[in-house]
Design a protein around this ligand. Sequence first.
Ligand code: GLC
Length: 663
Amino acid sequence: MVRKYLYGSPFRTDAVVKEIPTEKTVPAYGEIHTGTGFAYTYRMDESDRVYGLGENVRGINKRGFRYVSDCSDEPHHFEDTASLYAAHNYLIVTGRETFGLFLDSPARMTFDVGFTSVDILTVTCDSANMALYVVDGTDPQDIVHQFRKLIGRSYIPPKFAFGYGQSRWGYKTAEDVREVVRQHRAAGVPLDMVYLDIDYMQDFKDFTVNPHRFPDFAAFVEEMKQSHVRLIPIIDAGVKVEKGYSVYEEGVEKGYFCRKQDGSAFVAEVWPGWVHFPDVLNEQARAWFGEQYQVLLDQGIEGFWNDMNEPAIFKSVEGEQELRAEMRNYLETESAGQVWKIRDMVMHLMNNPKDYARMYHQVQGKMICHRDVHNLYGYYMTRAAGEAFARLVPEKRILLFSRSSYIGMHRYGGIWQGDNLSWWSHLRMNLQMMPSLNMVGILYTGADIGGFGSDTSRDLLLRWLALGVFTPLMRNHSALGTRQQEFYRFEGTEDFRAVIAVRYRLIPYLYSEYMKAALSDTMMFRPLAFVYPEDSVAVETEDQMMIGDEIMIAPVLVQNASGRFVYLPERMKLLRLTGDAPIREEVMEPGVHYVKVALNEVILFIREGRTIPIGASAEYVEALDPSSCRMYGFSGASYVWYDDDGTGKDYENPCHVRTVNMP
Ligand code: GLC
């Protein structure tokens, strides 16, 4: 049962797709105060656990810390970073009482989950205008299910998007890309996608291609397709200010860019230099921006990643002027030293709240200050693309994922988990974010495998790939200037093949579980706490994960470990997979086991009485042979297997589902 409560006149975010009547009474759980802002307070029982908040730092149980929904470009995030790239204002409290809360406001919001005071959960928002949804249900899974029905079906990518993708900020030319493909094919390492970062563009201008680096882009896209590789270009939020550049000219002429309060252009600096931000909150501007993708679709492109859409700002014109004045003043008044003050001034140029307060949208004839709707920008940019694809190529699934997001965006695309670092702690965070993202409908997700910033190590990359084998988005991506981390930069390349090939062996199962989760509004990645709520050890186990109804994973998350302790809440069958080698199986009793895991190995556990299909690997998704699948697990078990051609949209057709028994 979902109840809706309105305070003030909230901005319509379109996070929710179901119209439900507004309650006249007060919510059954917690207290609400409104005034200059909005405050929700709930007294937690000592044993209550709190889940949700999608993309955020720390564990799956969010208790004991505070988090701020304020979409931020935070490439160097730590354990105490309050805001990442997304705003997912959804919580589940479970214990003495069990309920879900969705606070639908695009303004900055703080979640203090027993941080200031151990028993008190508070949610405070800068704005007093709020749509609050309270979900009653029998348990967290039921609450997620009801919430997901409220916010609408999750995005479904084409099947090729379940393949492996190689990316790096630094591939500049067609030849660079060819080399990546050549290396993979020569070593028999599967590959379905190569991502094009900003260097494919002409001077970082969206929807352009540099003709010197990619002479005849359409032919190149086709050449890659002949090798069964899709090119996935990046699209940035900011449109370069440049006379003669048609996207800029047209946007200005039609008034489709964000402005300042006085109506003049809002100008900021991002990769291309000075840019304007398309006013994606404005319906016409959104439709127009979405149509720009056509130029790349026409050249054969079938997937995109939307970036810098918090939106990230390096500096604004005003910010630069203010910095100059501050610096002058500082240099005139302070005598010596304290260079860190100057550093701080410069750092404050980036993503400065003052800039977000200067920027305005035109929504249904009204000027809306960006600050009040900041958390919607990435969602609406991706919505622009998603809505355009539905008009331009209605029959086709287009791969689409975004950096910034808000609940609602899960209907149009997935996300990658933003810029991370080649740290073991970020590998763990990748795992722990998965169920939290599934709770808010984001199913197509994964992190930059190997880590984006800083230098990766061979073992970190292999362990990360072994987790990435299970995440719907499996992409190795790294930043300019860091150690190159394509598999062929390391010794013992056969180990990389052994791990990546396992992904392809598992695609029949992973795709089936993804589709079932999307079509039935359920989670693909579940914390053990949701599946074994009566088991006090399972409830606190946050470094293992349930995938679908059949399997549990336990990735190695620390360096120099030849294995790890694994907790089995029930009898399970351990499977060890190394490339196409015969799968080694072992039934294990409930309890704690130390399990050795070699660097070239992927392990998974099948639950008692369950079975899953595993096939032979292939070099790309379309070459997978369903007839190579065999059922693994416990005899007598049956599996409900979803499969389709991976391109069409007739998901509901019953011919896609069959039940397979394990002999
Ligand atoms: C941002 C993106 C990253 C990309 C870089 C250059 O940092 O998050 O993935 O490589 O910009 O475009």
